[in-house]
Design a protein around this ligand. Sequence first.
Ligand code: G3I
Length: 351
Amino acid sequence: MRRRDFVQASLAVAAHTALQAPVAHASPPPRIAYGSAVRGDALVDDFAYRTALVDHCQLVVPEGGLKWEAVRPSEDRFDFYEGDKLLAFADQNGLKMRGHTLIWYAAMPEWTSSIRGGKAAEKALSKHVRTVVGKYKGRIPSWDVINEAIAEDPRGSDYLRPNLWLENMGKGYIETAFRRAQEADPKVQLVINEYDIECVGEQFTNRRNALLRVVRDLRDRDAPIHAVGFQGHLKGQYEIDKEGVSSFVAELKAMDVDVLVTELDVIDNLLPADEKQRDEVIAGRASDLLQAILDANRPTAILTWGITDRYTWVPMWFTRDDGSPNRPLPLDRDYKAKPLMDVIGRFVSRA
Ligand code: G3I
């Protein structure tokens, strides 16, 4: 029975027999939550999109609604319209919501380019983190505190990505962000989120090692970091470094740091044109990543960066030479499940 039918049936039974024992759950919730990033406009305009989210997800995250460009129209204003809208949808449908992202180099409003000097940067960073995490205290149980802190191709001492925060505060901006977030909500899972740490290749290995260096430094300073987010934007032409990912996750576990998959999709611009073949490669890459993680620790959640090929960021940067649409997500453009959804279902229920 689809979740939505079960929910409607339960509500009907509950309404009819309100005084009797509560309706038993048809099946216990899965041990690993599956979720998806959500577009605020499609959530309002597209009933099939809303239905797919309710049918398949236990968790949602705003694709853009809680980034600085959405939340901070000016230095002295906060706009939580998009965050509140998704949280209301989550509440109405028994879903949890995670937050993305507090500190990043991108999606920053123009006025932030005038932030100059350590004091001003720390003031801006602290005000943002305290206000946003505080606003959703007890409502958002997990936040991407730092997004993409690692240099594109880390070498030696240049292992952090230059950004507004690093330039003005030094590498301490990372610890400050985690500490402000914990002060604002002591119960929230605090995550450092990164991409291109999944595959075989020197740059991927260097990025994993650089991220380990950041996490180790934070743990040595007793900073409140709880998990690493594998974004999981997998380039389909690259193999998953199963060994490398498993030992990376094991090292994190040894530091009492969990993992989750935050933005899974498979970039297929260089994969075969045949859709059946392409979908199989896509499912295989995701399965290899999830298995490599699970071999070392159970991820606390698995999220895809969207649920349907109808709404995906991938063609913004990775269009196919043959002009055929990308197929990075678990459901196709008509909300039909693909092998990637079966893979996710296997990992969500099995762990
Ligand atoms: O909403 C406006 C629209 O009104 C306007 O007409 C249009 C034309 O410029 O822009 C629209 O906003 C775009 C927004 O996505 C909503 O679709 C922004 O320009 C565009 O920059 C923004 O891109 C997002 C990107 O992050 C930057 O914030 C992508 O959707 C989103 O998928 C992507 O997500 C990131 C994660 O946050 C971090 N990890 C990588 C991932 C993929 O890049």
